[in-house]
Design a protein around this ligand. Structure first.
Ligand code: DAH
Length: 341
């Protein structure tokens, strides 16, 4: 019964190897080794010729039983392996829904652009239109037509970037007043934001490039009260309902009378703190009634028309609104700074 012994050994060996197989590929290899055409059981059957005729059917039956048994073991192990592999896959694919999400970094508006748009919207709501002018201006538009006298210090090389005798980098947005009046008859109601240049050294509150917004209103019967009401409304829209305004007499060549506008301090509300130098007030713009000479130079009769104008520093307003204490932050494009807005 040598061959039956062989079958027994094959059975034991197969049982062991099947249970240890750790992949479907490995299991398939084992199936070929034991049950394949050239496999171990076939090997035994090939040797049946040596046996007596009575013994052959007995061995044949035993071999068939072993085949069935091994097939069953294989498919059982296969199911087991499939389950293990599936569980492993699920574990790998597990999503931890308690993990914080990854921030999607999107582009957004620069704080100066945001303020500019906000201010534009406020004035559009009041019936103003947006105007633009070039950054390279004539000396005439930037100074002459605005009644800035020849000897005025603003005209000095130290303050103004001249390109030649005739052209310069505009030092304020006020020349847009001149351009608008040359093109348009009253009623005029414009707001003109834009970049301006001054030959200043850079520090926490000065930059040779900065932003302003100019306002100009010309019509019949425009009075200082219209200027006050408009500025008051503007200030409350940008800085909040409780912000107070104060008009302080001042001087600008292009307005008469002229006033500087202060708002109650955005930090202390008027109590006095470091930001407002313990005055309770912060200056935010210059304004006044358009000077009759400016109207005349534009070809408007000062007896028939009057108007008001104002000019504000957009950098300063941005800094006050967002609590930024250094103007350089607005121009350095440091992502750590910009991403806060
Ligand atoms: N242009 C002035 C400046 O740059 C600001 C200004 C003051 C503009 C009074 C005006 C105004 O229109 O009426 O300092």
């Amino acid at each position: 019964m040598d061959l039956r012994e062989n079958l027994k050994k094959i059975e034991e060996e197969a049982e062991q190897l099947f249970s240890r197989a750790d992949s479907l590929e490995k299991l398939e290899e084992l199936r070929i080794v034991f049950l394949g055409k050239k496999g171990k059981i076939t090997d035994v059957l090939k040797q049946m010729g040596k046996m007596s005729p009575e013994e052959r059917p007995v061995l044949g039956q035993a071999a068939n039983q072993l085949k069935d048994k091994l097939n069953n073991l294989l498919s059982a192990r296969k199911n087991e392996l499939e389950e293990i592999l599936q569980a492993k896959k699920l574990e790998e694919e597990r999503i931890d829904i308690t993990l914080p999400g990854t921030e999607i970094i999107t582009g957004h508006l620069h704080p100066l652009t945001r303020i500019t748009k906000e201010i534009e919207d406020i004035f559009i709501g009041l019936g103003f239109t947006i105007e633009e002018g070039p950054e390279i201006e004539t000396e005439y538009n930037n100074f002459e037509a605005l009644n800035v006298p020849k000897y005025h210090p603003a005209r000095d090389l130290q303050d103004t970037f001249y390109i030649d005798d005739h052209y310069l980098l505009r030092t304020h947005t006020s020349p847009v007043q001149v351009r608008t009046m040359a093109r348009q008859k009253p009623p005029i109601r414009i707001i003109a934001p834009g970049r301006v240049y001054r030959s200043d050294d850079i520090d926490a509150s000065h930059s040779p490039v900065f932003y302003q917004a100019e306002g100009l209103v010309i019509d019949k019967d425009i009075s200082f009260a219209d200027l006050k009401g408009t500025i008051q409304l503007f200030v409350q829209s940008v800085f909040g309902e409780n912000t107070r305004t104060r008009f302080r007499p001042s001087y600008f060549p292009f307005t008469e009378p002229s006033a500087e506008v202060d708002i109650s301090c955005v930090i202390c509300g008027g109590e006095g703190c470091r930001l407002c130098s313990y005055t309770g007030w912060l200056e935010i713009l210059g304004s006044g009634m358009v000077h009759p000479r400016v109207l005349e130079m534009a070809g408007f009769d000062p007896e028939e028309y009057s108007g008001y104008a104002f000019g504000m520093g957009l950098d300063r307003i941005t800094m006050l609104k967002y609590g930024i204490n250094d103007i350089r932050l607005l121009y350095e494009n440091d992502q750590r700074f910009l991403h806060q807005f």
